[in-house]
Design a protein around this ligand. Structure first.
Ligand code: AMP
Length: 208
């Protein structure tokens, strides 16, 4: 799944994973977990990404290869690939596994909605799930609705970091749209809607 910050990639990943019975992972969530565990990868990624920049391609490809070593069969990636070198790296990995890339979804939404969602977003430092202030919880101090863990704001959800993330998204990630259009696997999904409606569109596409 490709999409700007707060386009709902994580939410759709969970819904698709549950429906299709295949695992989902997010490179962003892997990096946050590494940081929480205090690993060298986590520390390096935090230092490089807290201002809204991307982590280096070789680090991301290493993290993805290591995840794939532990997962056979089909899978869903959320927020990977995010650059052309990552997409090319993924193509090589998939060739070796003899598994084709079935579909790429581009979650499309307005800048206004992105800002509003980022302002409201909190994440659980224990289970990694994201929630909206004023919708799922009233205050940051409340326990995580899913696991009772501690909720926090993401460091890269500040206004300055969001502007940088949008710049990076336009510059590095949007070229992937053409890359995957040329391969005939891209589907655009309007994501300014309820998560369930977005999911139904994706499901239909996968069933067709
Ligand atoms: P996300 O949770 O997908 O918004 O990712 C959070 C941050 O982790 C991003 O803003 C990037 O700095 C970094 N990150 C996650 N996935 C990638 C990726 N595929 N390539 C480079 N950086 C990434």
């Amino acid at each position: 799944m490709l999409g700007p910050p707060a386009s709902g990639k994580g939410t759709q990943g969970s819904l698709l994973s549950e429906w299709a019975g295949i695992p989902t992972t997010s490179t962003g969530a892997i990096l946050r977990k590494e940081k929480q565990e205090g690993t060298e990868v986590g520390k390096e990624a935090d230092r490089l990404t807290r201002d809204g920049n991307l982590a280096p391609d070789d680090l991301i490809l290493k993290v993805v290869r290591s995840w794939l070593e532990r997962h056979d069969g089909a899978f869903i990636f959320d927020g990977f690939p995010r650059t052309l070198p990552q997409a090319e790296g993924l193509e090589k990995i998939l060739e070796k596994r003899s598994t084709p890339l079935h579909r790429v979804f581009l979650l499309d939404l307005s800048m206004e909605t992105i800002r509003e969602r980022v302002r409201r977003r909190v994440v659980c430092s224990d289970c990694g799930k994201a929630f909206n202030l004023g919708v799922h919880v009233e205050k940051l101090e409340e326990p995580c609705p899913a696991c009772g863990g501690t909720l926090e704001r993401r460091r890269d959800d500040s206004e300055a970091a969001l502007e940088r993330r949008m710049e990076v998204y336009r510059e590095k990630t949007l070229p992937l749209v053409e890359f995957y259009e040329q391969r005939g696997v891209l589907t655009r999904v309007p994501a300014d809607r309820e998560a369930r409606e977005v999911f139904e569109d994706m499901k239909k596409e996968l069933q067709s």
